[in-house]
Design a protein around this ligand. Structure first.
Ligand code: GDP
Ligand code: MG
Length: 307
């Protein structure tokens, strides 16, 4: 499986800096994009829609000096934008729990945004701030006053301007984070990339391909579950998934005219999964109406969202 390719140059030092770092912030600031860059593999799904990430996901980076387990979390919906349904409440709890369990906290914000008091109220002292999307800051001279404003607003251990998209500043950020973790024995094998099984990644990749092809309220109503995941050796892996939508009208949109949307989703997901798993992948997708699942505790449990 290609999931386990990490190159290490030379012998490992006796002690590495080791720990869990929670990535927290508002929706859509680039937390998942940054996670993927930091672990050198696309394990977290990314889309232009807020609330793309619904469940926490661990991404492990092991190098000669550190092993950092990054916890990607759903975006925090604070103060003026509280969660609107049970799914949102569960997502929020996951994010807040990850914040409490972490050895260090990495707060991700948009480098174009002013300090956010609602966000800073839940951020512990000594967190590291990443000002992401610096590639979009115009004019560039606006960055310095923004940095100073964030520095004044909270007791951060470090503030690092980055672009998860271009990779600029990410090496500095990794160094800052590594230095803040205590020396210790690695928590994971050096070839571990995530704590989630391949079937979780399969469901997420299908959901991402759908999010990239739908608009308005459709993305928020989609859930994907795995019905079968059969590893057939050389013949590859056969995966059957169900796409849940809340209404009959959504089902029509997800299927598309003459099945066009579903077909495009299947093709894109199959390519990405084959690359990630390193074997040919056969996918079958079904669309099912599961009414009101975002607010139904039983349906949420069945779909894997713990209370
Ligand atoms: P999350 O909700 O915080 O996890 O954000 P995502 O990682 O899903 O990213 C949200 C959107 O921002 C996606 O369209 C990303 O491609 C985009 N994005 C993330 N990082 C950057 C960046 O550094 N620069 C630019 N221009 N876009 C970014
Ligand atoms: Mg995300």
């Amino acid at each position: 499986m290609k999931l386990s390719s990490v190159l290490l140059g030379g012998p490992m030092p006796a002690k590495q800096h080791v720990g869990r770092v929670a990535l927290v912030g508002r929706p859509n600031v680039g937390k998942s994009t940054l996670l993927n860059v930091m672990v050198d593999e696309k394990i977290a799904i990314v889309s232009p829609h807020p609330q793309t990430t619904r469940q926490r996901l661990l991404g492990v980076r092991t190098d000669r000096t550190s092993q950092i387990a990054f916890v990607d979390t759903p975006g925090l919906q604070l103060g003026s934008t509280p969660p609107r349904h049970r799914l949102g409440v569960r997502m929020q709890n996951e994010a807040l729990e990850s914040l409490r369990d972490a050895d260090a906290v990495l707060v991700v914000v948009d480098a174009r945004a002013e300090p956010d008091a609602e966000l800073l109220a839940v951020v512990p002292k000594g967190a590291v701030l990443a000002l992401n999307k610096v590639d979009l800051v115009r004019p560039r001279s606006r960055l310095l006053p923004t940095l100073e404003a964030w520095q004044k607003a909270h007791d951060f251990a470090a503030l690092v301007p980055i672009s998860a998209k271009t990779g600029s500043g990410v090496a500095d950020l990794l160094r800052e984070l590594g230095e803040r973790l205590p020396p210790g024995e690695p928590l994971f094998d050096e070839d571990t990339l995530t704590d989630r099984p391949a079937r979780f990644l399969a469901a997420e990749i299908v959901r991402e391909k759908l999010l990239l092809r739908t608009r308005d309220e459709i993305p928020h109503g989609i859930a994907v579950t795995v019905d079968r995941f059969d590893e057939l050796g050389k013949r590859g892996t056969r995966i059957a998934l169900t796409i849940h939508v809340p209404k009959e009208s959504h089902k029509k949109i997800v299927v598309g005219r003459a099945g066009a949307v579903l077909k495009a989703v299947g093709t894109a997901a199959r390519h990405e999964l084959s690359r990630l798993l390193g074997v040919p992948v056969h996918l079958s997708l079904w669309v099912r109406v599961t009414p009101d699942w975002v607010d139904d505790p039983k349906a949420l449990g069945e779909l894997g969202f713990e209370s």
